[in-house]
Design a protein around this ligand. Structure first.
Ligand code: AR6
Length: 178
C-alpha cells in the first residue's frame, strides 16, 4: 500500500496521527465552526494546543461561510500558520461535494499566497458534520490533485487521519487517482 504520491510537483501523503502535532508542516488546517471558536475534534485539539491567542485573533475574521478559508498565526503550535475552513454540514449545506472541495481549494490558495511549502489537512466535515468518509476522501484527494498544477510554493500536502481505518480509506483514494 503506497502512502505517498507525487502529483505535478506536489507530494501527497496520508498518515495516521494528531493534526495538532505536525511540527514539520508550515500550516495546519482547522475543521472550524462558523464563529471560529474552539469546539470538539480537530478544532478543540488545535485551539487547546495554540492557546487563547488563537481565538482572539480569529474573532474579527468570523463568521465564515461553508467552503470559505481564512488564515491566522499559529500561536503556541509548532507551525507558522493555521488555516481555518468551514466544511459543509452533511445533508444541510448543499451541494456538499462542491462546498467541501472549496475548502481544500481555498486553503491551498491561501497557503500558496503566503508562500508556504507544506500544508497538513484533517478529514474536514467527517466528524461532527457527518460527511461519510469515503466520498469525503474522494473529494479531498481529488481536489488537492487538481489544484497541484496551479500551486507555485506548496510542494507537500499531508492528510492527517485520526484512525488507521480512515488512513486506509484516504490511501486507497490516493492509489486510485488517475
Ligand atoms: N487530529 C486529526 N484528526 C482528528 C482529530 C485530531 N486531533 N480529532 C478528530 N479528528 P471534526 P467536522 C478527526 O468533528 O466534522 C468542531 O466542534 C475526526 O475523527 O473535528 O468538520 C468544530 O467546532 C474526523 O474524521 O470536524 C465544528 O463545530 C475529522 O477529524 C465541527 O466540530 C473531522 O472531525 C466541525 O466538524
Amino acid at each position: 500500500m503506497i502512502k505517498k504520491r507525487n502529483i505535478q510537483g506536489v507530494t501527497i501523503e496520508c498518515v495516521q496521527g494528531d493534526i495538532a502535532n505536525q511540527p514539520d508542516m508550515d500550516a495546519i488546517v482547522n475543521a472550524a465552526n462558523a464563529r471560529l471558536t474552539t469546539g470538539g475534534g480537530v478544532a478543540g485539539a488545535i485551539h487547546r494546543a495554540a492557546g487563547p491567542g488563537l481565538e482572539a485573533e480569529c474573532r474579527p475574521l468570523a463568521p465564515i461561510r461553508p467552503g470559505q478559508a481564512v488564515i491566522t498565526g499559529a500561536h503556541n503550535l509548532p507551525n507558522r500558520h493555521v488555516i481555518h475552513c468551514l466544511g459543509p454540514v452533511y445533508g444541510r449545506d448543499n451541494p456538499s461535494d462542491r462546498l467541501l472541495a472549496d475548502c481544500y481549494r481555498n486553503a491551498l490558495a491561501l497557503a500558496d499566497e503566503k508562500e508556504l511549502s507544506s500544508v497538513g489537512f484533517p478529514a474536514i466535515s467527517t466528524g461532527v458534520f457527518g460527511f461519510p468518509l469515503e466520498p469525503a476522501a474522494r473529494v479531498a484527494i481529488g481536489t488537492v490533485a487538481r489544484s497541484a498544477p496551479k500551486l507555485s510554493f506548496v510542494t507537500h500536502v499531508r492528510f492527517i487521519l485520526f484512525s488507521e481505518n480512515d488512513r486506509g480509506v484516504f490511501t486507497r483514494m490516493l492509489e486510485e487517482l488517475e
